[in-house]
Design a protein around this ligand. Structure first.
Ligand SMILES: NC(=O)c1ccc[n+]([C@@H]2O[C@H](COP(=O)([O-])OP(=O)(O)OC[C@H]3O[C@@H](n4cnc5c(N)ncnc54)[C@H](O)[C@@H]3O)[C@@H](O)[C@H]2O)c1
Length: 273
């Protein structure tokens, strides 16, 4: 039994149901001895599943829409109060695109929805970081992790305007990571995860094909959500103190591949038919 987060305090954003990456992170963080609060948008909390997770983790759920600075301020103040001190880790596991959800093609975006995509999926990280910093809510050597996808670097038709949001998110990791690092030794990284069967993931058009393609390309296969959670715990721990401003692939090797023999075999089989 490891206790990598013994004595550490944190906030976990984005647990919606038991498939959520954040849900798995919460269970592992608890296992590793951390104390934390859970949060999600009020509309997501109405579904009710998060309360069961809170019970399992002996903690509370504090509603906050991550696009609203007032909500973030209340969340941070209440969390510090509830946990009895400043924070050592924060998980930002948030993503949503109205364009993707409503099937709008990337070449025919609704621009109001586009702004929502960017606000929810990228700018919310900046709002969170700025609010944490203003309230001096992080301990030195604290660690903040957000989740991203390789569509920030490469074109994946179907990922739509989320690709732009992820590129912006990864840029915020670097830009804010500089200031927070210099001032407080706070670390900020993004984890670029394999396709994963969650509510956000399966909302992408052609997700199953995406998933199978990545599975065939990756030497280790797609990285499961549980392993993603382990990686987040490692990044929150003191074992990774000098890792900051990085986009870290957690993808079974996918990002370094050109083509795999398995995929070639599948394509050959398909063209033989
Ligand atoms: N599932 C995948 O294939 C995959 C791959 C790479 C990266 N990611 C990223 O992982 C993160 C978590 O997604 P997931 O796959 O666990 O799916 P998920 O649907 O379980 O989690 C997304 C969360 O974002 C929350 N959210 C949406 N709008 C919000 C708002 N305004 N304020 C606060 N919270 C809000 C949702 O309520 C939900 O809990 C996302 O950033 C996603 O883009 C997912």
């Amino acid at each position: 039994m490891y206790t990598l987060l013994q004595g550490k305090r944190g906030i976990i954003f984005g647990a919606l149901d038991e498939n959520s990456i954040a849900w798995k992170v919460a269970l592992k963080a608890k296992e590793h001895g951390a104390k934390f609060t859970l949060t999600n948008a009020p509309v997501a909390l109405r579904l009710g599943a998060v309360n069961a997770l809170a019970e399992q983790c002996s903690t509370v759920v504090i509603p906050a829409d991550a696009t609203l600075v007032d909500d973030l301020e209340k969340l941070i103040q209440q969390s510090v109060h509830h946990l009895g001190g400043k924070l050592d880790f924060v998980l930002h596991s948030i993503g949503m695109s109205p364009n993707v959800r409503k099937g709008r093609h990337y070449t025919d975006l609704n621009y109001e929805w586009y702004q929502k995509t960017l606000d929810i999926s990228a700018i919310s990280l900046h709002k969170l970081l700025q609010t944490l910093r203003k309230h001096d809510a992080m301990n030195e050597w604290g660690s903040i992790v957000t989740l991203t996808y390789i569509a920030a670097q490469r074109a994946f038709p179907g990922y739509g305007d989320m690709a732009d949001a992820k590129a912006m998110l990864e840029s915020i990791v670097r830009s804010f990571g500089y200031y927070y690092g210099v001032e407080k030794k706070v670390r900020i990284n993004s984890v670029s995860q394999s396709p994963t069967k969650t509510t956000a993931g399966t909302g992408i058009k052609g997700f199953n094909e995406f998933f199978e393609f990545a599975q065939s390309m990756s030497p280790l296969g797609n990285a499961p959500a549980d392993d993603c959670a382990n990686y987040c715990i490692a990044l929150f721990s003191d074992l990774t103190r000098y890792v900051t401003m990085q986009n870290l692939y957690h993808d079974g090797g996918f990002s370094s591949m050109g083509v795999s023999e398995l995929l070639m075999q599948k394509l050959t089989g398909a063209s033989d038919n």
